[in-house]
Design a protein around this ligand. Sequence first.
Ligand code: BES
Ligand code: MN
Ligand code: ZN
Length: 483
Amino acid sequence: MNFELKTLDLHAAATHKTDALIILVSAKDKPVKSVLAQLISDARKSGDLDESPAKLLSVWHPQGVSAPRVLLVSSGDGSARVVRQAVTAAVALLKATKPTHITVCLADASEHRLQAAAQAVSDTSYVYTATKPSAKASELKRVVLALPTAEKTKAAQHEFALARAQVAGVALAKEWGNRPANHATPSHLAQVAKGLGKKAGIHCQVLGPKEIEKLGMGSFAAVARGSVEPLRFIVLHYTGAAKTVAPTVLVGKGITFDTGGISLKPGPAMDEMKFDMCGAASVLGTFEALAQLKPAINVVGLIPTCENMPDASALKPGDVITSMSGQTIEVLNTDAEGRLILCDALTYATRFKPRAVIDIATLTGACVISLGHVRSGLFSTSDDLAQDLFAAGEAALDPCWRLPLDDEYAEGLKSNFADVANVAGRDGGAITAAKFLQRFAKDYPWAHLDIAGAAWKSGAAKGATGRPVGLLLHYLLGTVKAK
Ligand code: BES
Ligand code: MN
Ligand code: ZN
């Protein structure tokens, strides 16, 4: 899908050649003398178009207009959120007509509206084909994003670059999130990372079981032990600033399939545990976007990736393992495996003397109970970092919500047989998981994003969302000047 940014007012839009013209309309729009403006005002007068957000009127072959289809969509208060809603509704309606070239006319690009529109077009027209070739890929080749004046177009160049990069990053995260576990093994993810490593500014290193053992990552290695698929530890470097500039480290949970291990999960919906690598996918997607945008920052991506399987050699409840930090862990539940692979990656992160470390993980069902599928769970040992991540989520329409880290929540993690247990009781499960991770993240400002509810959709629309690539990208771009 190729995006273009163009200047088109309603007068020019009338003669613009495209399969469909999506016009976001608002009562605040300045009237221009043109057939399209007339169409809009007539539609309003007749009651066919009102100000309710994303209200849609589709017109076929209107007179004096080159495009065979015109979709008028109310943009309500004009916010990025409503722009996304409006463009989603319009593109969904158009899907049956299989357009190859569509044009979205926006009144204004500021406050991430352009990005919201681009992301909505991409998300709504996405078709998964990797293991379903019969679902022909989207025919949508050209997407023109149009603004009414040359000044607005000029001012939106930067925003447009960001939109394109985010769309590409989200697409990569979605694609790998969606692939079934037998088509997205740890080795496959390592190959994707190696591919990213060929791009300018990115370097990729992949470690295997031997190296992990040498590093003393006994916790990560223990989870991988029950699977015939060898583990991989992916280390990505994006270098956009001087080597002396401290990097931000992103750590993504890459469980390519989570059966629960010996603490086996129940059967229903277990297929969805192929999405348990969406944290890893979001790190890969973010690097794709960084490669396109080339911001003046340094970023390290760490992805511990393996399967969590039951087997004769698998980890058993009660086993005590030794993490890279030296802390021993009593594994009371082998289904709490995410924290076991992340803790060693968090210890590994120290060597980069990072300015901040953010881990991203589909970590707990409890987080889905707390926040549903709207906001990701955010935990942080730094108020500044928490604030910046929260703000980035708002700007990217990829929101999160901060949850607490009081030490009292760690009570239940005490063990008679090791320094720490890997689970506490059921209560406050998202928080106790974060408290476990915090023990391994003492050397730097740290944040944890629990994306268990945000990373994918269930039901008829089952599929990865590509979240939180938008949040991460906005956050990282915000660190450019901050230093
Ligand atoms: N990958 C799951 C978390 C998960 C479950 C995400 C359902 C989305 C939907 C994680 O590895 C897990 O199994 N967590 C357990 C922890 C428990 C054993 C303390 C959970 O949430 O049930
Ligand atoms: Mn699990
Ligand atoms: Zn898991």
